[in-house]
Design a protein around this ligand. Structure first.
Ligand SMILES: *Cc1c(COP(=O)(O)O)cnc(C)c1O
Length: 234
């Protein structure tokens, strides 16, 4: 089977799963898939773009993403670009230039820097606050109470539209533990970001997006299930 067909099948499978699970979800909100393109080859991303199959994309390295998405072949496609990695302040201006969303805001100084850059560039930047669901030191993000506090603190900053939470689940947990963690974030999200305004809850990756969507994620982030599955050695 050719590479493009496999990619399309992968995307079909992910979208079908999202559609099935979102019907079971309590929240009944529209769900958008974010295709995480950080490890994907250019030709694979371009194949899906040309087929009109990508709407939201996620990248985690500023410089690499900038080179890719400002190149003529990529820049022609109007996709919504999300930054989902750890953002260093010295790369903030460039990130604000390229991305529509920064989904990994986890400190007041970073939010203030983003706000300044957005004002300077005359744009409104949408941001999500990153919630940490593990005790691991290495993982970025804030514990839920601190994340909620930060969301309040930065709500009025000029140039920013604070519109939800992003969280990365621990890898080793049981599905039911995971479900409980997702549920806690969703509950906070519903209190802090009432319906009526633009809002996003970004939970779930390749390993756990079905559970995440069942628990109310509106922006699951899927990379390897689209760009790596069944493509080893091809
Ligand atoms: C890489 C990454 C993903 C995608 O992970 P997969 O397991 O490949 O689907 C999602 N979210 C974040 C924050 C990432 O860094």
């Amino acid at each position: 089977m050719c590479r493009e067909k496999i990619l399309m099948d992968n995307l079909d499978r992910v979208e079908k799963m999202i559609s099935l699970t979102s019907q079971k979800a309590a929240s009944q909100e529209a769900v958008s898939l974010m295709a995480v393109t950080k490890y994907a080859q250019d030709k694979d991303v371009l194949a899906l773009l040309a087929a009109g199959r990508l709407k939201h994309i996620g990248e985690s390295r500023v410089q690499q993403a900038f080179l890719r998405w400002t190149s003529p072949a990529f820049a022609a496609y109007p996709v919504v670009k999300h930054f989902i990695g750890h953002l260093q302040k010295n790369k903030a201006a460039k990130a604000v230039m390229l991305f529509d969303f920064i989904d990994s805001v986890d400190s007041l100084p970073l939010a203030e820097t983003l706000s300044r850059c957005a004002v300077q560039q005359g744009k409104t930047l949408r941001v999500l606050v990153q919630v940490k669901l593990t005790d691991k030191q290495s993982q970025s993000g804030l514990a839920l109470p601190q994340a909620r506090l930060l969301a309040k603190q930065i709500a009025g900053l000029p140039g920013l539209c604070v519109c939800g939470y992003m969280a990365i689940a621990p890898q080793t947990d049981e599905p039911e533990t995971l479900r409980g963690l997702f549920r806690l974030v969703r509950k906070a999200f519903e209190e802090d970001f009432p319906a009526g305004k633009e809002r996003w809850l970004s939970l779930g990756m390749s390993a756990d997006f079905a559970v995440a969507v069942e628990e109310g994620s509106t922006l699951p982030r899927v990379g390897s299930d689209i760009f790596a599955r069944n493509l080893e050695g091809l």
